[in-house]
Design a protein around this ligand. Sequence first.
Ligand code: ADP
Ligand code: ADP
Length: 227
Amino acid sequence: MIELSHISKTYPNGTHALYDVNLHVDKGEFVFIVGSSGAGKSTLLKLITCEEKADGGKLTVNGQDLISIKRHEVPYLRRTMGMVFQDFRLIAKMTVFENVAFAMHIVGASRREIRKRVPYILGLVNLQSKADCYPAELSGGEQQRVGLARALVNNPNMIIADEPTGNIDPALSFEIVDLLSEINLRGTTILMVTHEHSLVKHFQKRIVEIHGGRIVADTNELGAATL
Ligand code: ADP
Ligand code: ADP
């Protein structure tokens, strides 16, 4: 599903963010990406979502070659991914329902489909009762559940989450990862960047550790090193 082979990334200012990274993620995996600040975690996600281009090497996502991808093809790639951000990125002037509906609207869903699907997805993240609230009226954990609902509503085959629990209380962080685990059990691949050791310890998943732009450890959910 995701395949990086000899991937490096140099930013225009000369910063080498990643060096010769090799990574293979199968459909249905749940991968934590860990490492200190500046290690290259966000850069790795940005290459996968096509927000940044790799220097060279081989990078494919869902069979699509991202080294030679054309700009007009990127939106189609993104439709296969749900993205979740540390700062939620909800639209303040829209209700919870409207925030999730908007994600369907921009990919051309009909009003009928939206009316049917949004309540179902809000149910999955347990926010039916907050459908008419505005983001500012919700807790951080609730706002992130809206972020998750929005990421899920177009039925992506993977969720890419960059520090999704970075702005919420530790207790609620577990709830978010619990939800991601449930989503994963239904077959969606999850890539989640985090620096919270307690989460990584509690949810026994594959852990890819990045240090100085290189993958320095890769352990499967049983704790066995595979690098
Ligand atoms: P211990 O000291 O018991 O080995 P650690 O707190 O060092 O435990 O690590 C706990 C888990 O978190 C380990 O599975 C480890 O692989 C993982 N881990 C390592 N580095 C990081 C990091 N920077 N951020 C989050 N988790 C990490
Ligand atoms: P992490 O997510 O692990 O904190 P990043 O991938 O954000 O790390 O950053 C890796 C390195 O690349 C850091 O040295 C960072 O300063 C640098 N970097 C990130 N984004 C840019 C950018 N747009 N331009 C130049 N350097 C960048």
